[in-house]
Design a protein around this ligand. Structure first.
Ligand code: FUL
Length: 599
């Protein structure tokens, strides 16, 4: 027994002395020595901690995305890079309106899409002519990034940039060294000319360049540029400080470990390791004991939940009635901030360059709701720090008010440790279970039915090492009543429709109808259609193709797609052809998934 203890302390000492400045902890990354048992690995994992910038970022809780750019003016979600810069011309651009609306709602950082996949730069870059400089806005002397940064500084809001690695405009894209050099220059401009930057967001979407070659990104160099120019900035998504939660619908994991063997696929070694462990950002399990047992290296790589307040990431006027309801936003808050993640909520400005009135009103309601709910802790001693071994409980006194939400926090500067816990309430002198859960991490929120317990008891049932609970709260979230409007996915009844072929889907409409557009509803992100062709016919023999295109971003955001044509066409038959699926293949489509618009 003594021998084992000695061996473990020796390993601990060796690991600690080579990795961490503080003897006990491992900052951001921990590589296990060989011949270590799964139990020892789990113990070590409990000493992995965030870097200072990761910790600062985690405490922001609410951050905002602003998708604004060429797509705002073309109505698309992904531009192809061929857009005329003349189209970019906001009529009432006002970054302060964005910042103050967000700030009132409690958001602490704003991330602007300085460049989206279409390559149009919102700042007057030296690297390409495809920028605001070539637009009529402010007669070509405007700088969106500058105005946003100034507004952020004025109001004490942190600032971040989204710089899409994928660039459908850059002629060098796919010619790897040349494009990497241009990308580095873009990064340098953004990270030297605009003051402090707190997050750099690299999207994972990419495809072949115009010459058919695939771009090999020099991630190590990009990281180096960021780390040296903006040491306080976290690198997100394809960056290794902040992890994509794995969906764009605002949904965190019940069990969310910030300690994980997953890192972004930035080099062959990491790709091979992710493959060996069969993990990616969408995997359900990213931190269990079983996974740790197989891992060689662990990272502090916390989750960020990115979701748009509207169906699309960019503003489209036809989505004005689809702004997420207060209830949806509150649910998203519980499923992101309340599940050990940071929320990155997107609010896209319109063609005026303003956040739309509906979005502003919704943000206001959301901010007030969160403030009203969480401003007063109904526990009198919740803030007292507490350490707990397996099975330890602590009682907290309440104010006696009605509650329906519990908040728990671990001091993650000492690692993430809790694996199972429960919360009970003393009601009529009896301890009743109110909630239970697995991970806590930086913050965990749990909801239950209204009750007014005299006391609350929290029990840590399983923990990887002594748990450090730093804060416990109890609150009452008021019910929200509202109805969300349904979207019309077909203006025409499908009663008479008959499919005469499945792939492509050919439908005999049973009558002649006026077709002004069509809709497509994906079943899920895996089997959805990416490239499509839509044709009409009057006799089922001779066809006219009305539109060929892509459902941009459908893989990450599988929402109903609405395509409208400039003119109406009469048709007795429609044909919907899958050209390519979002995940390759040629998924077939059924009548239920297609609708016809005639307005
Ligand atoms: C995605 C992009 O392709 C979308 O357009 C959007 O920017 C979203 C935040 O990330 O992957």
């Amino acid at each position: 027994m003594k021998k084992i203890i000695f061996a473990v302390s020796l390993i601990l000492f060796t690991l600690a002395s080579c990795v961490s400045k503080d003897k006990k902890y491992f900052e951001k990354e921990l590589t296990f020595p060989q011949d270590i048992t799964p139990e020892q690995k789990v113990k070590f994992s409990a000493y992995l901690t965030p870097t200072e910038r990761q910790y600062e970022w985690q405490q922001l809780e609410l951050t905002a995305f602003i998708h604004f750019g060429m797509n705002t003016f073309t109505g698309r979600e992904w531009g192809d890079g061929k857009e005329d810069p003349q189209l970019f011309n906001p009529t009432d651009f006002n970054a302060e309106q964005w910042v103050t609306s967000l700030q009132d709602a409690g958001f602490k950082m704003l991330i602007i899409t300085a460049k989206h996949h279409d390559g149009f730069c919102l700042w007057p870059t030296e690297t390409t002519n495809h920028s605001v400089k070539a637009s009529p806005w402010r007669e070509g002397s405007g700088d969106v990034v500058r105005e946003v940064k100034n507004a952020c500084d004025k109001h004490g809001m942190k600032f971040g940039v989204y710089l899409s690695p994928w660039d459908r405009n850059a002629e060098s894209y796919g010619d790897s060294p040349r494009y990497n050099a241009m990308f580095v220059d873009q990064l340098k401009e953004l990270l030297t000319n605009y003051g402090e930057v707190h997050e750099v967001w690299f999207d994972g979407a990419n495809a072949e360049g115009p010459n058919g070659r695939r771009q090999e990104y020099d991630w190590a160099r990009f990281y180096h540029v960021i780390d040296s120019l903006q040491p306080k900035a976290v690198k997100a998504i394809m960056g290794n400080d902040v992890r994509w939660v794995g969906n764009e619908s605002g949904l965190g994991r019940e069990t969310e470990w910030s300690v994980t063997p997953l890192n972004p696929d930035i080099n062959e070694a990491i790709k091979a390791e992710n493959k060996r462990l069969d993990i990616n950002p969408m995997a359900k399990d990213l931190g269990s004991r079983d996974l740790i047992a197989q891992a060689k290296t662990l990272y502090w790589y916390p989750s960020e939940v990115d979701v748009s307040i509207r169906p699309g990431w960019f503003y489209h006027p036809e989505q004005d009635h689809q702004v997420k309801t207060l209830q949806q936003l509150v649910d998203i808050y519980y499923q992101s901030v309340g599940m050990n993640s940071v929320l990155l909520l997107n609010i896209p400005p319109d063609k005026r360059g303003l956040l739309h009135e509906v979005d502003v009103a919704r943000l206001k309601e959301f901010g007030e709701y969160i403030r009203n709910t969480f401003d007063t802790n109904k526990l009198t001693n919740g803030k007292a720090a507490w350490t707990a071994q397996n099975g330890d409980s602590k009682e907290f006194s309440t104010t006696g008010d009605t509650i329906n939400t519990i908040m728990l926090q671990e001091d993650i500067r000492k690692g993430q440790r809790v694996e199972v816990f429960k919360v009970e309430g003393l009601i009529n002198n009896e301890w009743l279970k109110l909630a239970e859960g697995t991970t806590i991490g930086y913050k965990r929120l749990l909801k239950f039915d209204d009750c007014a317990p005299a006391k609350i008891r929290v029990t840590v049932l399983e923990t990887r090492e002594k748990a450090n609970i730093s804060n416990v709260g109890a609150y009452r979230a008021l019910p929200v009543t509202e109805a969300s409007e349904d979207v019309t996915l077909s203006d025409i009844s499908k009663e008479k429709w008959k499919a005469t072929s499945n792939n492509p889907l050919v439908v005999n409409l049973g009558e002649t109808v006026s077709v002004k557009g069509f809709t497509y509803k994906p079943v899920n992100n895996r089997e959805s259609v990416f490239n499509y062709a839509f044709s009409v016919s009057n006799d089922g023999d001779s066809w006219t193709e009305l539109k060929k295109g892509e459902f941009s971003n459908i893989k990450n955001n599988p929402i109903p797609q609405i395509i409208r044509f400039d003119n109406a066409v009469n048709a007795g038959y429609i044909r919907f052809e899958t050209v390519t699926g979002a995940d390759g293949g040629k998924p077939s489509v059924t009548i239920d998934q297609i609708g016809i618009l005639n307005k």
